[in-house]
Design a protein around this ligand. Structure first.
Ligand SMILES: *Cc1c(COP(=O)(O)O)cnc(C)c1O
Length: 389
């Protein structure tokens, strides 16, 4: 049996995989079983922030592997403590809870909001407001938080206490807060899976103001937008707001599973002994790799991400067959005249890996991708988008 056949036989049928078997990679180039090379503009859905087998990340991981790979949270270890300090120093947050995925980071954020509200406003204040078209994860509770009905149908009953309101509609948001006993609000500043839609600055600021006034916990889901992806360490920093809780994952680990929930001074003491936990949380190997990623996201490096972003936006904006470009930093959505899935499949055949989000082509290249590889990949995208239009 080939690997593809084995996978189809033995792995649960939850993924519509592309017919490509990747065996290795270096930087922004992946190699399949036949030796064919692909320029990767998806980075494993925004995870491999510095590409495949990046030397600095790999060395940080291997150094830690040679010391200790896991202890459980019954003991102190170096990488988790150092990563948490780095994240707090860089954001002004006060405490971090580590988990293993974006969904788990959001679960923790929701628990913090509910416990804060229960302690301070009363047990009936448990509702979490999210936005229509959002995506917050696949566990039953984060699925309940996700504002897209087609995710909900099959798994009733969902976790109660979630309502969604349309993005960029301040009046609707105010109405929603008035009509519910709200513990927290959770939003992505750029909706990723929902189609790479950046929120209006006015809306985000209004939400932050209302949250402050009503003592509602503001959670920013930075699972996809964070860790340099949108040109700042965290994308909320583009909006001039300061959230109560930030959840992140994906690019933070650079390829190893990690989730982090950052808590501001307002909520740093909400969780106490036994309120939450994770066997793998703060895994030393994952944290050592993550620290090496965050340490490289200097202001100078992030300015380069913005420069690269402007370059890509301009090039795509000029392509034939492109209706519009959306996003921020190196999180880019392309509305194409042709069907997005067809475009992505054809790009793959021509050696360029892209993603989709709803009806758009989505690009999440490694933050350090070279201009040379970018140019090559963009010319393939241009060719495919222009075909037949
Ligand atoms: C990917 C994603 C998640 C879920 O992360 P997992 O690691 O797959 O659990 C949550 N929120 C956002 C915004 C995401 O993009």
């Amino acid at each position: 049996m080939s690997i593809i056949e084995q996978d189809k036989t033995y792995i649960a049928n939850t993924y519509a995989r592309f017919p490509v078997h990747i065996v290795s990679g270096k930087g922004s180039v992946a190699v399949d079983e036949n030796g064919k090379e692909y320029i990767d503009l998806g980075s494993g859905i925004g995870v491999t922030a510095f590409g495949y087998c990046d030397e600095i990340w790999k060395n940080a991981v291997m150094d830690q592997l040679n010391k200790v790979q896991h202890t459980s949270n019954l003991y102190y270890t170096t990488p988790g403590a150092e990563l948490a300090k780095t994240l707090c120093d860089r954001t002004g947050m006060k405490k971090v809870f580590f988990s293993n995925s974006g969904a788990e980071a959001n679960e923790c954020a929701i628990k913090v909001a509910r416990k804060y509200a229960s302690d301070n406003k009363g047990e009936e204040y448990y509702t979490i407001v999210t936005l229509v078209n959002s995506f917050h994860g696949r566990t039953l509770t984060t699925l309940s938080a996700t504002g897209q009905d087609h995710f909900h149908k099959l798994f009733n009953p969902l976790t109660p206490g979630f309502v969604s309101t349309p993005a960029n509609d301040v009046d609707a948001f105010e109405e929603c807060v008035k009509n519910n006993k709200v513990a927290g609000v959770m939003l992505e500043t750029v909706q990723g899976e929902g189609g790479v839609n950046p929120l209006d600055e006015k809306f985000v600021k209004a939400v932050a103001d209302i949250c402050k006034k009503e003592d509602i916990i503001l959670i920013i889901d930075e699972v996809q937008t964070g860790n340099g992806r949108c040109g700042k360490l965290y994308s909320y920093q583009n909006y001039g707001i300061f959230p109560d809780v930030v959840s992140t994952a994906k690019g933070l680990g650079g390829g190893l599973p990690i989730g982090a929930t950052l808590m501001s001074s307002k909520v740093e003491s909400v969780l106490s002994f036994g309120d939450h936990g994770s066997t793998y949380g703060a895994n030393p190997v994952a944290c050592a790799g993550a620290k090496s990623i965050i340490d490289r996201l200097s202001d100078e490096f992030l300015a380069e991400v913005d420069k690269k972003s402007a370059y890509v936006f301009e090039k795509i904006g000029q392509m034939k067959g492109v209706v519009s470009v959306s996003g921020r930093g190196l999180m880019i959505g392309i509305k194409t005249e042709r069907n997005a899935k067809e475009v992505v499949l054809e790009c793959l055949e021509k050696g360029v890996m892209c993603l989709t989000a709803k009806d758009k082509v989505r690009l999440l290249p490694a933050l350090n991708i070279s201009y040379e590889l970018l140019d090559k990949a963009l010319s393939v995208i241009a060719e495919v988008c222009a075909k037949g239009v």
